[in-house]
Design a protein around this ligand. Structure first.
Ligand code: G6P
Length: 623
């Protein structure tokens, strides 16, 4: 959801900024731009389209200079045009600003500026208004200053004064042509990290942009403003207080965010699932006590036992993982569990009993809707825990505790390995809470066995990739797809349809199998296949009824099944994808993978941009 990168150092800034932007492209790819200061002159290149288009522009008209800012955009205010691409400038054209977030009161601020005689706006964006406001405050305070230290201090003061007038969210970075080797960053609601190098420093929306240059990072907090120079930085709050900020080591390296032998990040991440699933449970299973150990929850045994209700919230894929979690926790721990769209939870008055425990599920840990819900839940005094992948992300830091996924960087916009990791963690939570209640040691150890068998079973499922590719080729001209599942696999129908929509742009819907006869059956026709997730479990025969109902109406059927299901479906389904047998509570981790692969292969077959599907962004930091 917009990515920003800034650099101050001794090297040429342009290649570093472009390289950083390429790594942040998952955050948005409507337009891109860069502004660099060279000996008191600010030069910019920006255009609509991908980073590759910007790189071509920069190659044709190179930029020199060793400090500057850059941006890749996911449009919120203003169309996708060259003019609306960031960076944006103040009225003097000397200050360049990049921004991730939304300035909600930009119209009022703009009207004020216009009333003061500033009419030199070139774009429709909220960001340009902020650039003008900072520039105006700086120019007013700095008219006669020649001393460079004073200029820095006054630019910093102008940023602070401007941000005090802002309602909304921002991660920003800015430079000024008159203030050499100096960059300012600030955040509220949108992520911003400072990369600390040797004789060079960086700002970025996400450490992946800068990890090739430094693994030392300072994660900024909301309301932090940072003044960045080559060899130092100073952080203080919007209110003027200086805070305590630690430099942390980034967990992964530049190598981890390369595609390697895979044509797309999505395929790489699908194939990483044996490892990511293993890493999600590493060190968290106690064979002796037949339970899970989740110290990060920061809860005593008595507190664990006293939880009377669980609310799981998230958006998109994370929400679907939560839906599996609802079945899991209720089955294993018998605790009433509900799943809430984070954005709905935040704005409605969900009745909450005092013993409610809330989990915010988010791969990025930055999703604005989920963060807003987390804050609302904590404001009301509920213990709110995070299930996040990005270490030190805002949700991870603002929650009362939680469980990291340890899935490694997920770059493909369509979430894959984060989903299976989230489901593993929710199984661990179900197991832990179950073992604090009525789940026997025998049942607990069966869950552990099932979990431990998963990595090898996932390897087996991944071997089906070629079969699934052939199915994708065969069905490439369909007009849409329906996905059906029951119980633990109902959320997998939702997730399968979401993956399909996200990257193939085909119409796709997921439903509980039994809903078929309550309306969806009207859609069934020969060019609309139904994907049934029907492993050989307690509800197989019910699924079989629904499959027959589709068959009777000439709807093509692709069935995911296991065990005896293969035999029972061989004369009914058009295609059978045969999966290893596993207990129903872990089966979703196996059933989701063929659907990820089906969406992937179909998208490739249709010539879609798999890692950067149209209109989407991976980390949605606006509401
Ligand atoms: C966006 C992405 C989805 C993702 C959702 C939640 O909508 O396009 O793929 O599932 O955000 O992201 P999170 O980082 O909170 O898990």
């Amino acid at each position: 959801m917009c990515g920003i990168v800034g650099y101050v150092g001794r090297a040429e800034a342009a290649p570093i900024l472009l390289d950083g932007l390429r790594r942040l492209e998952y955050r948005g790819y409507d337009s891109a731009g860069v502004a660099i200061v060279d000996r008191g002159h600010l030069a910019t290149r920006k255009c609509s389209g991908r980073i590759a288009a910007l790189a071509t522009l920069v190659a044709k008209r190179p930029l020199s200079g060793s400090f500057g800012v850059s941006h890749t955009r996911w449009a919120t205010h203003g169309k996708v045009t060259d003019e609306n691409a960031h960076p944006h400038f103040d009225a003097s054209g000397k200050l360049a600003l990049v921004h991730n977030g939304v300035i909600e009161n930009y119209q009022a601020l703009r009207d004020d500026l216009v009333r003061g005689g500033d009419t030199n706006f070139r774009s429709e964006t909220d960001t340009e208004v902020l650039a003008h406001l900072i520039g105006k405050l700086y120019d007013e305070s700095c008219a006669s200053t020649v001393d460079v230290h004073q200029k820095k201090a006054r630019l910093f003061a102008a940023v602070r004064a401007a941000l005090q007038q802002v309602i909304g969210t921002y991660g920003i970075a800015l430079v000024h042509a008159d203030v050499p080797d100096f960059m300012i960053g600030a955040r509220r609601g949108s992520p911003l990290v400072l990369g600390v190098g040797k004789d060079e420093n960086f700002l970025a929306s996400d450490v992946s942009a800068i990890v090739a240059y430094t693994r030392d990072a300072v994660y900024l907090n909301d309301f932090d403003i940072v003044a960045v120079e080559r060899d130092k930085f100073e952080i203080s709050s919007l209110a003027g207080e200086s805070g305590d900020h630690q430099v942390s080591k980034v967990e992964f390296t530049a190598e981890d965010i390369k595609k390697g032998v895979y044509p797309h990040y999505m395929l790489k991440e699908i194939f990483e699932q044996p490892d990511s699933v293993r890493d999600a449970m590493r060190g968290r299973l106690s064979l002796e006590e037949c339970t899970a150990k989740l110290g990060g929850l920061n809860m005593t045994p008595a507190q664990l036992r006293d939880v009377g209700r669980i609310v799981l919230m998230g958006c998109g894929t994370a929400l679907h993982a939560g839906r599996v979690g609802e079945y899991l926790i209720e089955r294993l721990a018998n605790i009433p569990t509900e799943v809430e769209f984070a954005h709905e939870f935040r704005h409605r008055n969900t009745p909450m009993t005092p013993e409610t425990l809330v989990f915010a599920i988010s791969q990025s840990g930055e999703t604005a809707d989920t963060l807003g819900a987390l804050r609302e839940s904590r404001r009301k005094g509920f213990r709110t825990l995070g299930i996040c992948n990005n270490v030190a992300s805002t949700i991870a830091r603002e929650s009362d505790g939680g469980v990291y996924m340890h899935a490694g960087p997920e770059i493909g916009v369509a979430a894959t390995k984060s989903f299976s990791s989230q489901v593993v963690i929710l199984t661990l939570i179900g197991l832990l809470f179950g073992r604090m209640r009525n789940l026997s040691t025998a049942e607990g150890s069966r869950v552990i066995e099932a979990l431990e068998a998963l990595p090898e079973q996932i390897e087996i499922v991944l071997k089906l990739s070629d079969q699934i590719k052939a199915i994708a080729k065969k069905y490439a001209d369909v007009n849409g797809l329906l996905f059906f599942g029951r119980q633990f696999n109902f959320p997998i129908a939702l997730e399968g349809a979401l993956k399909m929509k996200e990257i193939t742009y085909l119409f796709a819907e997921g439903h509980p199998s039994a809903e078929l006869k309550h309306g969806i059956i009207a859609l069934v026709r020969p060019d609309l296949p139904s994907i049934f997730i029907a492993p050989d479990d307690a509800v197989f025969s019910k699924n079989l009824n629904n499959i027959e109902q589709v068959k009777a109406r000439k709807g093509p059927i692709i069935a995911l099944t296991s065990g005896n299901g293969v035999n029972q479906l061989k004369n009914i389904a058009n295609e059978i994808i045969s999966l290893p047998a596993a207990p129903d509570c872990v089966m979703p981790i196996l059933t989701v993978i063929p659907l990820q692969l089906l969406a992937y292969h179909l998208a490739v077959e249709l010539g879609r941009d798999v890692d950067k599907p149209r209109n989407l962004a991976k980390s949605v930091t606006v509401e």
